[in-house]
Design a protein around this ligand. Structure first.
Ligand code: SF4
Length: 260
C-alpha cells in the first residue's frame, strides 16, 4: 500500500488510520519545521496538485475494512492540504469506511477558500500554530514560500468563523518558544478552538523536547482553555498493517513507555 498506513497510536485520535495523499519518497510541504520528524523538505511548494488517484485510494481503503481504528487521519509525508483532491478524498473515505475523519494541517493554506471548503468536510481539524510572532514563526516553522504568520492566523480565524466542527490547535513547544507561552495562550483563546494540544518533539528529530515539568508550567498559561498535553496523554496499543511504511511517516516516540 502506498497511500493508507498505520493505524498509529495518537494521543488525541486513538487508533489513527493514516492517509498520505503525498506519498512520494521525499517531503512535500510549504514549511520546513525545525522539529519535523520527516527531515528536510524536498518538494517545497504552495501549489496544490493531485499526487494520487482516488481510485487507488478507494482500492486501498477497501483492503483495510475491518482494521480496528478510531479515526481516519489525513497526514503523511507532508502537508495534506497541498493535495488538490483532499475534499474528494474525504468523500471517498466516507463511502468506504464508517469512521470519523481528521485532517492534520500546518494551517498555511487556510486563507484559501478551496482549502477551507475541503477541510470543512472533515469531522476534526488539527491546525498547527507554533509561534506568537513573525520572528518565532520564521525560526520554528521556517516557511519555504513567501508566507507570514499574520496570514496563517487569519486563515485559521476565517475557518473557525465558518465551521462548527471540532477544531484543535496543536502547539509545539521547544526551547525557542517556551517563554512565549502567555502570548501563545492569548492567541489561542482569540481563535476559539475546541481544544489546544500542547506538544513537544518526542519523536526523533534535530530538536530536544521540553521536560514534563516545563510542559506543566506552560500549561498553566492556558487556564480557561480545553488543554491536553503530550506527556499526560495515553496512547492505545496498535498493530500497523505495514510496519515499514508506517515508520517512514511516523517514527516512534523516544520517551519512556510509561510516559506515553
Ligand atoms: S508542517 Fe508538518 S510536514 Fe511540514 S515541515 Fe512542519 S512538521 Fe514537517
Amino acid at each position: 500500500m502506498s497511500i493508507v498506513y498505520g493505524p498509529v497510536p495518537s494521543w488525541r485520535l486513538g487508533r489513527s488510520l493514516g492517509i498520505d495523499l503525498l506519498p512520494g519518497r521525499g517531503k512535500t510541504c510549504c514549511f520546513d519545521c525545525v522539529y519535523c520528524q520527516l527531515r528536510v523538505t524536498t518538494n517545497a511548494t504552495v501549489e496544490r496538485a493531485e499526487f494520487v488517484k482516488l481510485d487507488d485510494l478507494a482500492r486501498e481503503l477497501a483492503a483495510v475494512k475491518g482494521v480496528p481504528a478510531d479515526h481516519v487521519t489525513f497526514s503523511g509525508t507532508g502537508e495534506p492540504t497541498l493535495a488538490a483532491n483532499l475534499g474528494r478524498a474525504i468523500d471517498v473515505v466516507r463511502q468506504e469506511l464508517v469512521l470519523p475523519v481528521a485532517v492534520l494541517t500546518n494551517s498555511a493554506l487556510m486563507t484559501r477558500e478551496d482549502v477551507r471548503e475541503d477541510l470543512a468536510r472533515a469531522d476534526v481539524v488539527v491546525a498547527k500554530l507554533d509561534a506568537p510572532d513573525e520572528r518565532l514563526f520564521r525560526l520554528i516553522n521556517r516557511p519555504v514560500v513567501d508566507l507570514s504568520l499574520r496570514e496563517v492566523v487569519d486563515g485559521i480565524r476565517r475557518f473557525r468563523s465558518q465551521w462548527s466542527g471540532r477544531l484543535a490547535l496543536q502547539m509545539m513547544f521547544l526551547n525557542a518558544n517556551k517563554r512565549a507561552a502567555e502570548e501563545m495562550a492569548a492567541l489561542a483563546a482569540s481563535l476559539s478552538p475546541d481544544e489546544v494540544q500542547i506538544n513537544t518533539p518526542l519523536r526523533p528529530c534535530a530538536v530536544a523536547p521540553l521536560s514534563a515539568k516545563e510542559i506543566v508550567a506552560i500549561r498553566e498559561s492556558f487556564a480557561g482553555l480545553n488543554v491536553h498535553t503530550a506527556y499526560e496523554a495515553k496512547r492505545p496499543d496498535v498493530e500497523p498493517i505495514d510496519a515499514r511504511e508506517t515508520l517512514r511517516r511516523r517514527p516512534r516516540c523516544t520517551r519512556p513507555r510509561h510516559q506515553e
